[in-house]
Design a protein around this ligand. Structure first.
Ligand code: SF4
Ligand code: ZN
Ligand code: ZN
Length: 309
């Protein structure tokens, strides 16, 4: 049987490893998955990773036409690659060009390489060309946190693209770390309405032009997705968005990563608790139709329409 010593770039996931062996075979491990109490070699790590994705795919019977929102980053790269392993899915990748100098171009380059490598069709929509304003232009006009405004724009456009293209599912590369950190951040800002969408799946609401959404990486952390993308040498962009320091979830994520190392499984428990809380909430906020575009909103005119006008 062959053995291989893990290269140093993978050791980040193995804080206590002293050349640990895979729990499933005799090869050296490249990752230790704390909540499972297992260590895996690269092949068995891939198997573990795809098994976690399968849990979501099977439970919500993901199939048909699936649009995968890709950003150029490691998570959506891992998401797209993972979905190529499932049958009965017609995949298309969707990239929104936000018009952020260097960052958007660098991301698109990697997305194009990724789609080419995986043989997945890619659609690129430019915010500036389609709606007249790029993210930097919106930010010049409006007060507010960059990532919060950018998030509004991305959610709106991804949903609209998926809805208008009659996709069966819109898949996003949100990880367990994203779900928990953004929910904690919402709680820190007393934004309880944001409890809609803390689970891996959101049903479509035709009346409000809301497409069906799925998070295939729901049971996997950021670090696990990074390792998967690195092991497979998937093309992903490592440059930083110039507005990233505005991202309030960054610090929360760093804290959660430390917590997960000390207390394996705590992120999953947070996510489970949030889902239970969501289902027990009576008032989840009324959904209205935007008077201008007809898409879902909680105010008379949706935030996207207000930003773009
Ligand atoms: Fe948008 Fe913030 Fe991400 Fe930059 S870091 S792309 S502004 S959400
Ligand atoms: Zn193994
Ligand atoms: Zn609107």
């Amino acid at each position: 049987m062959t053995t291989s010593i893990p290269s140093s770039k993978f050791l980040a996931l193995l804080p206590n490893i002293d050349l640990m062996k895979c729990s499933r075979c005799s090869r050296w491990a490249v990752a230790e998955v704390g909540w499972k109490g297992r260590a895996y070699c690269s092949d068995h790590y891939r198997e573990y990773f795809l098994g976690q994705v399968r849990k979501v795919m099977d439970k919500f019977r993901v199939g048909g036409k699936v649009c995968v929102a890709v950003s150029g980053g490691k998570d959506s790269a891992a998401c797209l690659e993972a979905l190529t392993h499932f049958r009965g899915i017609e995949l298309e990748a969707f990239f929104l060009d936000l018009g952020i100098p260097r960052f958007s171009r660098g991301s698109l380059k990697k997305v194009s390489e990724l789609c080419e490598e995986l043989g997945v069709d890619l659609t690129v929509v430019s915010l500036k060309e389609r709606w007249g304003k790029s993210i930097p232009e919106i930010l010049k006009e409006r007060k507010g946190k960059a990532c919060s405004l950018c998030g509004t724009v991305k959610r709106y456009v991804m949903n609209a693209y998926s809805y208008e293209g009659r996709f069966d599912f819109l898949a996003t590369g949100h990880t367990l770390s994203d779900v928990v950190s953004s929910t904690l951040n919402n709680l820190a800002n007393v934004y309880v309405q944001a409890f809609r969408g803390v689970g891996p799946f959101l049903e479509a609401k035709e009346e409000f032009k809301l497409s069906r959404k799925i998070k295939p990486l729901y049971y996997l952390t950021d670090e696990e997705c990074k390792l998967y993308s690195e092991l497979l040498e998937l093309p992903f962009y490592t440059g930083k968005c110039p507005y990233v320091s505005d991202a309030p979830t960054k610090r929360i994520k760093a804290w959660l990563n430390r917590l997960e190392r000390d207390q394996p499984g705590v992120l999953r428990n947070f996510a489970k608790s949030f889902t239970l809380l969501e289902s027990s909430m009576e008032n989840r906020g009324e959904i209205l139709k935007c008077k201008r575009c007809g898409y879902a909103t909680t105010t008379r005119i949706c935030k996207f329409c207000r930003l773009m006008n």
